[in-house]
Ligand binder design. Structure first.
Ligand code: PLP
Length: 491
């Protein structure tokens, strides 16, 4: 494809994307295809000879687009936490791809590396994160903290676990010189709530460290008492507590661990505190929601996904650390490709993000985030968050006004878990029927044995009238189910 054809095809693709968004409300929010559908539409080997762009485009429309769920574009999609999208972000992504940038060291793309540090400072300030997480102090001097954009919250947890593992194994070996680094790591143990995202277990497994998930209180919150008990038991058993992953906004119910209690314990026992706020973190750009993060000053690392509520597309998980050296040491195997080593005069002036993340090279992730922050401004993003909360409150009021329903877990931000009063089976039936209808998509949650409907509001695409539509469908479907049950009841 030469430059002129690219110019023409590129414009067509932008038109196709715009049409896709315009027609989204008319499509099913979730695909009803069966597994393996694609192998019936596409050949099982790559073509020997080049194919025309027109033929490729036809197959995109025929085979690929129908297999895409509508999570980011459809106003009736309430199944997952929002998966961020906005047109400015899409333009940033296109630019990043089109400029062909790869970042693996400062010199490979200085704008990329410096914009990442800058935009993470902007966002850190917008969240009012503790100053120690920013790259510069009040006088503008470089300090030990800074932000990095990871591809996912899972990668952020992994990086934090690896940094904490190296630090803790080093300290343990100072006391126990007989232990190798591997043996020391074998004595470490990490903790999180029973409602932590399974990313935590996956990361501990990859890092080769033990972990425990701990009971929570009636609000599904991990409390200090539960953590202290586990730590004391493990110390007795000869283990070394080294890492706690606290969640602000759990996936299941959007519950919040108690940082004010957990934080001081982490300091007392010298454990790294990581905060996973993948979903809820965006909301802290609104001052009225920051109380949810009380105690975050105790943490060593914090992350949230801008690609959830902050209108930025996937691959934009924002992570801040207070001690960047701990991170780079944690991920440094000692072996480094010669081409990715900074020159001596550069090494203490620049951030080489390749030692902050699992891959060596990444895309220009900061560009779309910087564009989104500028295009909407903090006030525009706050507006979206507040609309999300407002719509979720509306849904709660519909539920409260209908005596056949009840809230199943205390709602926070855009997540509302509720149920039709009665047996789990009734709610399972409601869930299946709703999703089969093709009119909307919702999720479900297990609220300590209760099958609840899990409704995620995404104000970036859903309006109040969409919400009223969804509630109408839920109410009518529930009515049909209740009626059918009454007719079949023996009395
Ligand atoms: N942590 C929480 C609280 C989540 O809700 C999720 C996903 O929704 C994750 C972690 C995993 O996110 P990612 O796909 O960015 O790894």
């Amino acid at each position: 494809m030469d430059i002129e054809e690219f110019r023409r095809r590129g414009k067509e693709i932008v038109d196709a994307i715009a049409d896709y968004h315009m027609t989204a409300p008319q499509r099913r929010p979730w695909t009803n295809l069966t597994p393996g559908y694609l192998s019936e539409l596409l050949p099982d080997s790559a073509p020997e000879l080049p194919e025309s762009w027109d033929d490729i485009r036809k197959d995109i429309d025929r085979a690929i687009i129908p297999g895409l769920p509508q999570a980011t574009v459809n106003p009736h999609f309430h199944g997952f936490f929002p998966l961020g999208f906005s047109f400015p972000s899409a333009l940033g992504e296109m630019l990043s791809e089109g400029l062909g940038v790869v970042q693996f060291m400062w010199r490979s793309a200085p704008a990329c590396s410096e914009l990442e540090t800058l935009v993470m400072d902007w966002l850190g300030k917008a969240l009012n994160l503790p100053r120690a997480f920013l790259s510069k102090d009040d006088e503008g001097k470089l300090q030990s903290g800074a932000g990095v954009i990871q591809g996912s919250a899972t990668e952020a947890i992994l990086v934090a676990v690896l940094a904490a593992r190296k630090r803790a194994a080093f300290k343990l070996r100072e006391k126990r010189r007989d232990l190798s680094e591997q043996q020391a790591a074998g004595k470490l143990i990490a903790y999180a709530s029973e409602y932590v995202h399974t990313a935590f277990q996956k990361c501990c497994m990859i890092a080769g460290v033990r972990y425990r998930t701990l009971p929570t209180d009636d609000d599904f919150s991990l409390r200090g008492e539960s953590l202290k008990k586990a730590i004391e038991e493990d110390l007795q058993a000869g283990l070394t507590p080294f890492f706690v992953c606290a969640t602000l906004g759990t996936t299941e119910f959007c519950s919040f661990d108690n940082l004010v209690e957990i934080g001081p314990l982490c300091q007392e026992y010298d454990a790294w505190l990581h905060i996973d706020a993948a979903y809820a973190g965006s909301a802290f750009i609104c001052p009225e929601f920051r109380h949810y993060a009380d105690g975050w000053e105790f943490s060593d690392s914090f992350n949230f996904n801008a690609h959830k509520m902050l209108l930025t597309s996937t691959g934009c998980s924002c992570m801040w650390v207070k001690n960047r050296k701990a991170v780079t040491e944690g991920l440094d195997s000692g072996a480094r490709p010669t081409y990715s080593r900074p020159s001596e005069e550069e090494s203490d002036k620049v951030i080489d993000y390749n030692l902050w993340q699992v891959p060596l090279g990444t895309k220009f992730r900061s560009l779309k985030l910087w564009i989104v922050l500028r295009f909407y401004g903090i006030s525009g993003l706050q507006k979206i968050i507040r609309q999300t909360v407002e719509l979720a409150r509306k849904l709660q009021s519909y539920i409260a006004d209908d005596e056949r329903f009840r809230i199943a877990a205390k709602p926070h931000f855009g997540l509302v878990c509720f149920q039709l009063k009665g047996e789990n089976e009734l709610n399972r039936e409601l869930f299946v029927r709703l999703n089969k209808s093709g009119k909307l998509l919702i999720g479900w949650a297990d609220v300590r044995g209760i099958f609840a409907l899990r409704f995620s509001v995404n104000a970036a695409q859903t309006t109040e009238s969409d919400l009223q539509f969804a509630w109408g469908v839920i109410r009518d479907t529930a009515e049909e189910i209740l009626k059918a049950h009454e007719e079949h009841s023996p009395n």
